[in-house]
Design a protein around this ligand. Structure first.
Ligand SMILES: NC(=O)c1ccc[n+]([C@@H]2O[C@H](COP(=O)([O-])OP(=O)(O)OC[C@H]3O[C@@H](n4cnc5c(N)ncnc54)[C@H](O)[C@@H]3O)[C@@H](O)[C@H]2O)c1
Ligand SMILES: [Zn+2]
Length: 598
């Protein structure tokens, strides 16, 4: 059935050999039926037997080919001796083994001197190679060289973990997941866990007698790459550099599909491995489960695998939908963003969260899910309606007002021009404002990507805004309600003496110049906004953390405000709007033109 054709032994170092065996095998190997299975078992046994004969263990998988004509190819078996005493031997062994198998390191610090072993999973067993007298530096070097993902550390004593913790800390910084355990029994358990779960992310820790602890230290890194040409220009390589040969399914905003569909198709057919596209409605009322389901359904029908990537091209709505779908499909596949609105470019693309609306609530379902990258092309804004550019400014003002007065001044100076030119001119100002806003957002998010701290300056303008959006059936867009919320929060701060009254006027004027709303006929009442406060409190684990500016570029968190504070804030907004002769409608009064009531 099979015949040995060559046995090649290769010396790694004194006493350490790699043995390769070639055998001819038949087409039957490929058969999924019993005959194929029994042949595979036979071959496994043959491999293990050969390995034993050479005093080692069967380590390497078969290299096996059967071509289309049915003729069989070679079988290769590599085996190693059981014990490799030196670091060089271990390294050589791990290098020869399929690298992705040499993926966990067992450190036994309970022994003196400490010893490490490299655990290499093979087809049929776990090979553990001891490294005696292992210094922490050498261990880290080993972890780095072998790109080891998991490390099990056995501690000498639960109460004396200094050395272990130090070692764990060093390895964690190298991106290694750590298992800590403190008894032989748990040591064995931890190994089983690590083996079973080694393909999953996370750190599986065992401490004490009856507890299993899970810690994670997953490195997150993604790039926001600005293109030099339009993203889908055939000469532009930003997208193809990230996507490479991986299968891609596009999720396109419906307007983007109409305006840029041809360019995208041309680019995809020239440079990418495209599995097709899903067109979604970029409307807030459609940021819902059925669209996410449709994306997942299309991905499934197209046969998109774990290696597949969703490429979202559109505004915040499209990015939120695609990001949610990417985090769910096959429990998470790759996801790349190409934002086409100013909100998308300066805000959504910077963070890692996605949400959809459900149960009458904004963003109530969603996930934190890092993208592979974002590709930023500001030339998309040439076709974006001015009102939508203004919405992007609301998010830029949000971060400027609480973090950076210089940015606020730049918006005051160039904002109108930038809106009129669709954020293209003056080019230097466009570039600097966008970059500053992106950097500030990133600085605010970087240390708190998963929002473990719920005191977030970037929540400025986002406490009352969900209520404003939902109360108006999403007629008021996200950016517009952020503008209204920012003004209300600043008015509340001024009324409480937290910031100067001038700041309210300054913000009011800026918003008006940038064509953003400063009042709305359907502005929710103080009672409704009190409910929003309660909801924000729930969202922030019982602590309100209402962000209000204390000066231009600085802010504080308020933990308690009452209905009266909100009412006074609304009154301030209403008065300012009235004086500016805007058509206004106060929730407590009849609609009318302000000039009639000033
Ligand atoms: N996940 C986050 O971190 C995050 C951050 C901010 C906002 N958001 C969400 O983003 C959404 C708002 O996003 P948005 O303001 O980008 O709106 P959007 O996605 O609705 O896009 C606005 C409109 O512009 C159209 N459009 C998009 N790009 C265009 C282009 N280049 N030319 C012409 N038309 C174009 C769309 O079809 C849509 O009608 C909200 O749902 C908000 O909750 C999410
Ligand atoms: Zn926002």
């Amino acid at each position: 059935m099979q015949e040995l054709t060559a046995v090649v032994a290769e010396k790694i170092e004194a006493g350490c050999w790699s043995v390769s065996v070639r055998a001819e095998v038949s087409e039957r190997w490929r058969m999924p039926d019993e005959s194929g299975i029994s042949l595979r078992c036979e071959l496994m046994n043959l491999a293990s037997g050969l390995a034993k004969e050479y005093g080692g263990v069967f380590l390497r998988s078969f290299v096996f080919m059967v071509d289309d004509t049915g003729s069989s190819g070679p079988l290769q078996v590599t085996c190693y001796p059981h014990t490799v005493h030196t670091m060089t031997g271990t390294l050589a062994l791990a290098h020869t083994a399929d690298r992705s198998w040499a993926n966990f390191l067992v450190l036994d610090l309970a022994r003196t001197p400490s010893a490490a072993s490299l655990a290499i999973r093979t087809n049929d067993c776990l090979v553990e190679q001891r490294i005696e007298n292992c210094e922490p530096g050498a261990i880290v070097e080993l972890a780095r060289t072998l790109k080891i993902r998991h490390c099990i550390i056995r501690c000498a004593n639960v109460n004396d973990r200094l050395e272990e913790e130090l070692c764990a800390e060093i390895l964690r910084r190298e991106g290694v997941d750590i298992v800590l355990c403190d008894s032989s029994a748990h040591f064995a358990g931890a190994r089983r866990f690590a083996q079973a779960l080694e393909d999953d992310d996370g750190v599986f820790g065992i401490s004490g007698e009856d507890a299993i602890r899970l810690n994670t230290a997953r490195p997150i890194s993604y790039e926001i790459r600005r293109t030099t040409r339009p993203a889908f220009d055939l000469e532009e390589k930003a997208l193809v550099n990230v996507l490479g040969e991986r299968p891609v399914l596009f999720v396109l905003d419906h307007v983007i599909s109409m305006l840029y569909g041809e360019d995208i198709h041309r680019y995809a057919s020239r440079h990418l491995h495209s599995y097709g596209e899903v067109v979604v409605m970029g409307r807030e009322t459609d940021k819902t489960w059925p669209q996410v389901e449709r994306i997942c359904e299309t991905a499934s029908a197209a046969g998109l695998g774990r290696h597949g990537i969703l490429v979202a091209v559109g505004g915040g709505i499209t990015l939120d939908l695609a990001g949610t779908a990417a985090s769910l499909f096959r429990r998470g596949i790759g996801y790349l963003r190409v934002p086409t609105t100013l909100v998308g470019l300066v805000d959504v693309a910077v963070g890692i969260k996605h949400g959809i609306n459900a149960f009458g609530r904004k963003n109530i379902l969603g996930s934190f899910y890092p993208p592979l990258a974002s590709v930023s092309d500001y030339s998309f804004l040439r076709t974006l309606p001015v009102a939508e550019i203004a919405c992007g400014f609301a998010e830029i003002i949000k971060v400027a007002l609480v973090r950076d007065e210089k940015l606020l001044e730049q918006i005051e100076q160039y904002g109108v021009q930038l809106i009129q030119s669709h954020f293209q001119a003056p080019p230097a100002a466009a570039r600097e404002i966008a970059l500053r806003a992106e950097l500030l957002m990133m600085e605010e998010l970087a240390h708190n990507l998963f929002e473990s701290s719920l005191a977030r300056l970037v929540d400025f303008g986002h406490t009352f805004s969900p209520a404003i959006e939902t109360a108006t059936g999403y007629r008021i867009t996200h950016g517009e309600s952020v503008a209204l919320d920012s003004l209300l929060s600043t008015a509340i701060a001024a009324n409480k003496g937290i910031c100067e009254r001038d700041l309210v006027h300054r913000l009011f004027n800026l918003l008006r110049h940038l064509q953003l709303p400063v009042w709305d006929r359907e502005m929710p009442s103080a009672e409704t906004l009190c409910v929003a406060i309660q909801d924000a409190r729930r969202h922030r684990a019982g602590v309100l953390n209402l962000v209000v500016p204390s000066a231009a570029g600085a802010a504080v968190f308020l933990q308690d405000i009452g209905r009266e504070d909100i009412q006074r804030g609304l009154d301030t907004m209403y008065e300012l709007a009235s004086k500016a002769l805007l058509p206004v409608h106060h929730p407590r009064r009849e609609p009318r033109y302000a000039s009639a009531c000033v």
